[in-house]
Design a protein around this ligand. Structure first.
Ligand SMILES: Nc1ncnc2c1ncn2[C@@H]1O[C@H](COP(=O)(O)OP(=O)(O)OP(=O)(O)O)[C@@H](O)[C@H]1O
Ligand SMILES: [Mg+2]
Length: 402
């Protein structure tokens, strides 16, 4: 494929211009044939664009609906969003839902309403949401479908939505919602060939832990789903992204150096598309579009050093404070500071020795940092060794926190 012009952005790009992720799409498609999938990664790794691209070019037998749930404040609002989308899909793309069960519930309170006018945000329905959600999911399961058709429902930022419900006094609703979803998912997955993709930049386990610790919830609503991680792009895709961005009127001294310079950007950015975009943006703003080895290096340093430019990395610290209790948060930060100062991988034994918290807390925090994608763990024989998953995070932490 020939590179096309893209402007550096921290926002969204037209879906037909999203670069790469071809392998990830194939793998996701394959996994969804047999189960639902949970995708969790730290912020700005390209989850949303990847899922949008998958939705755009999914195989014919996978019919994809994408929802972003950040800011959805109640189940009733969520149900309305679901129904609105299904209605419009029904008109344009041929999902065939009869709405039998939904109609029955709706008509029992508000008779003679057309499907186009249904809304569950009315006060009459506030307490009925469990029945309504159940009915809606059953109607989806019993839709008329082509042979082998799978309906894939992507719920982007579901964990954040649930988290916000919890902190806004709606923990009970959150628990019940997760249980109702879990209960109906079985029917949906088997009879209805429906799969879910749950995606979030905070992990579902953060939410479940809070519900467990403070609201005695023991459910495991997604323990039957597979996990998928996306992270860096393959080098060819990262390079291709650089070529596309370069077409947006960037300047180099000689065409002969282009390959080396773009490769250099990929290396600094660790093939992460967000940081590739950031380096191009900084070169644009600070160095008048001129790409040189020195300008790339200085732009990268600004990403690590400059409070404005490194806001996204700072969020990695903030979110620990937000989502964990003080003791845990302090222990997690101490671990990260310690590891960030070490050149090589750090053994668990060394961490337990150096970090001044009880052993069981340190172990639990290490586990959390793994599942939250800050750290990775390798085994050397039976020896466990930890290191940062991304070098850019390590460097930022070392400079600003350690
Ligand atoms: N496939 C891609 N092609 C081009 N740019 C990309 C791609 N993926 C990510 N990016 C860049 O990274 C940025 C973040 O991507 P995206 O919003 O998909 O990440 P995210 O993981 O969903 O982030 P968040 O956790 O904040 O929701 C985009 O604005 C874009 O600059
Ligand atoms: Mg996103």
């Amino acid at each position: 494929m020939k590179p096309y012009k893209l402007s550096p952005t921290q926002g969204t790009i037209p879906v037909n211009k999203i670069v790469g992720r071809e392998k990830d799409i194939q793998k996701l498609e394959k996994m969804l044939e047999s189960q639902s999938v949970v995708i969790e990664e730290i912020r700005r790794m390209g989850k949303t664009l990847f899922l949008q691209k998958y939705g755009f070019q999914a195989k014919e037998n996978q019919h994809v609906l994408y929802f972003t749930l950040q800011g959805v404040i109640s189940v009733n609002e969520l149900i309305d969003i679901l129904i609105t989308e299904l209605r419009s899909e029904q008109s344009y793309k041929g999902i065939k839902i009869a709405w039998d069960k939904i109609f029955k519930i709706y008509n029992s309170i508000k008779p003679d309403i057309d499907v186009a006018d249904i809304t569950f945000r009315l006060p009459e329905f506030e307490r009925k949401w469990k029945d309504v959600l159940g009915a809606c999911l059953q109607d989806i399961a019993h839709r008329k479908k082509k042979e082998k058709e799978t309906l894939v429902i992507i719920l982007d930022e579901l964990p954040i939505m649930i988290w916000n419900w919890i902190v806004n006094g709606k923990a009970e609703q959150a628990k019940e919602f997760l249980d109702v979803l879990r209960k109906h998912r079985q029917l949906l997955e088997s009879t209805g060939s429906v799969r879910f993709v749950i995606c979030g930049s905070i992990g579902m386990q953060v939410v479940l832990k809070r519900l467990k610790d403070e609201h005695s919830y023991t459910g495991e609503p997604f323990n039957d789903a597979a996990r998928y991680n996306i992270g860096a792009m393959p080098t060819e895709e990262a390079y291709f992204l650089c070529e596309c961005l370069f077409l947006d009127d960037f300047i180099i001294d000689s065409e002969d150096n282009k390959k080396e310079l773009l490769k250099n950007i990929c290396d600094y950015a660790e093939n992460l598309p967000f940081y590739i975009n950031r380096i191009f943006s900084i070169v644009r703003n600070k160095y008048d579009d001129v790409i040189t080895i020195d300008n790339i290096k200085e732009s990268y340093n600004l990403l690590l050093n400059d409070p404005q430019e490194s806001k996204v990395l700072k969020q990695l610290e903030d979110r620990i404070t937000t989502y964990y209790h003080k003791d845990e948060a302090n222990c997690m930060k101490a671990i990260l500071s310690f590891i960030s100062q070490r050149e090589k991988k750090t053994s668990q034994k060394k961490i337990l020795k150096e970090i001044d918290f009880k052993e069981n807390i340190v172990k639990e925090c290490l586990h959390t940092l793994l599942s939250e994608n800050y750290l990775i763990r390798e085994l050397n024989g039976t020896k466990k060794q930890f290191s940062f998953k991304y070098q850019i995070v390590k460097k930022w932490w070392n400079i600003n926190m350690a």
